[in-house]
Design a binder for this molecule. Structure first.
Ligand SMILES: Cc1cc2nc3c(=O)[nH]c(=O)nc-3n(C[C@H](O)[C@H](O)[C@H](O)COP(=O)(O)O)c2cc1C
Ligand SMILES: O=C(O)C(=O)c1ccccc1
Length: 401
């Protein structure tokens, strides 16, 4: 069955309207946050909404989009724009993917299963977090024949055998691209979580440690250390898994060779914010980067992620694939990031809010809304496709310096 153009979501909604049926989830992306707040516990809402320090990096992420504006062209006779994009030699239907987000069961009981199912149904890539509350294998089953990538929180060198085990499991379960997050070897200073005394990893129900608890190498080593199984001392095991994937200190550029050796598909470094680091990624044999500051959740007082995209793209876009995140909230935001050099963007908090509000349907709603908005934004600006030939810096003007 041919996939319907995303903007046709509108037709469904207006047809329902004629029957007196009103949508339950907002179409205003900024209201997804307030709707999620109504249904989540204070702890869970504070965690997803939270950012580092005074939220300056987060604010700068949003402000960066407002420094650019789309300039439309007229009498461009074209069909609805193609949203296809090509990365690592593969064609993707849409230039968006689900950002890796940990502990999704604290937002909805169906957690990762709901989000990975929605991603498959909407033809959007799902990136599984290392801090998932559902195992690599179970998420793969839910994601079925969908496109899925695996995000690594990278254990320190003393745990290389666990790293290799995670990579092997991901590979065996059909995850095609490895995304290595470099900005979160320890959690940032997050006042919302501190005020709630809430650490998503140190919970009485131990949600969020499933990848460790299902890992044969972690389980064997736990037994050797404690002469008991993970199930016999869940609290200790959860704390040890948290220390394993958030070791407190960073790796070095040389360490990437271990990942290169054990992963034969594309590797993408997530958290890059300078052209110099992007070039280092090229030199280290990496295939892509995510220009990201983790949604401002790690380091406060930082520059907006979009502010750094043009110079990074200028320096390296012909040498590796550029993906972007941090602050994407609308179709116009996606268009701007693509125009400034990204081939794909990651959707973060918006889909988590959708998950909280409506489970699988809520995630589908957010993805369909963003894609419908993107499609009409390009179409009405006279931009015939999302590819760099037609969606590039020429369609933007910088408003302020
Ligand atoms: C609740 C939450 C959990 C996250 N967990 C992870 C994670 O496990 N791994 C990771 O690489 N990034 C994680 N991120 C960061 C996202 O992948 C992404 O970079 C960020 O959400 C983008 O910013 P935005 O939400 O403002 O768009 C998390 C973000 C949120 C909001
Ligand atoms: O909150 C985050 O940003 C994050 O990356 C994370 C995910 C799971 C557990 C702890 C932190």
């Amino acid at each position: 069955m041919a996939t319907l153009s995303p903007h046709t979501y509108e037709n469904e909604i207006y047809a329902d309207g004629l029957k007196g049926i009103k949508p339950t989830i907002s179409f205003n992306p900024l209201e997804w946050e307030s709707q999620a707040k109504e249904v989540l516990s204070a702890d869970s809402f504070g965690y997803v909404w939270g950012s580092a320090g005074l939220r300056e990096t987060d604010d700068n992420n949003r402000a960066a989009f407002r420094k650019w504006a789309i300039v439309p062209s007229r009498l461009v006779k074209s069909d609805f724009p193609s949203l296809k994009t090509t990365l690592f030699g593969e064609e993707y239907d849409y230039p968006i993917a689900i950002a890796p987000v940990g502990v999704q069961q604290i937002f909805h009981p169906d957690g990762e299963i709901a989000a990975a199912t929605a991603a498959c149904k909407q033809n959007v890539t799902y990136i599984l977090s290392s801090a998932s509350s559902t195992s690599i294998e179970n998420v793969a089953s839910a994601n079925d024949n969908g496109s899925r990538w695996f995000q690594l929180y990278w254990p320190s060198n003393e745990h290389d055998d666990i790293t290799v085990s995670l990579l092997q499991r991901a590979k065996a379960s059909g995850y095609k691209v490895l995304v290595v997050t470099l900005d979160t070897y320890i959690l940032g200073w997050r006042p919302s979580d501190l005020c709630n005394a809430f650490n998503p990893f140190l919970r009485p129900d131990n949600i969020g440690v499933d990848l460790g608890f299902t890992d044969p190498v972690f389980r064997r080593q736990f037994r050797e250390r404690h002469q008991k199984d993970v199930e016999e001392d869940l609290g200790t095991a959860a704390a040890e898994w948290a220390r394993t994937i958030f070791p407190g200190t960073s790796h070095s550029w040389e360490d990437l060779q271990l990942l290169r050796k054990h992963w034969d598909g594309p590797i993408v470094l997530k958290g890059i914010q300078t052209a110099q680091d992007a070039q280092r990624a090229v030199d280290a044999g990496m295939q892509g980067i995510v220009v990201s500051n983790h949604g401002g959740r790690q380091q406060d007082g930082g520059i907006g992620s979009l502010d750094m995209l043009p110079e990074i793209a200028e320096a390296t876009k012909d040498k590796l694939e550029i993906i972007f995140d941090s602050g994407i909230r609308s179709g116009a935001d996606i268009a701007k990031a693509l125009a400034l050099g990204a081939k794909m963007v990651l959707i973060g908090r918006p889909y988590v809010y959708g998950l909280a509000i409506g489970g699988e349907d809520g995630v589908s709603h957010v993805l369909r809304s963003l894609l419908g908005d993107l499609e009409l934004t390009l179409h009405l600006a006279g931009i015939p496709s999302a590819s760099p030939e037609t969606l590039n810096k020429n369609v933007l003007r910088r408003l302020t310096q």
